[in-house]
Design a protein around this ligand. Sequence first.
Ligand SMILES: [Zn+2]
Length: 61
Amino acid sequence: MADILKFRKKKPGLKSKGKTLCANNHHKWKIDNARQFDVTSGKLITLYRCERCGVQKTRLL
Ligand SMILES: [Zn+2]
């Protein structure tokens, strides 16, 4: 259950040079954890997080 605490969203408003890129949907994706279990769908997923704006996306394996 401790892993759930990792789902923190960075507050926007940080001065970032890449903000324009993010606004244009060019995020700097980084794999947050290689594999995670999505409780909602009950499937293993890969979690990606943008290093600049903190947006997250998931991909089903
Ligand atoms: Zn971004």
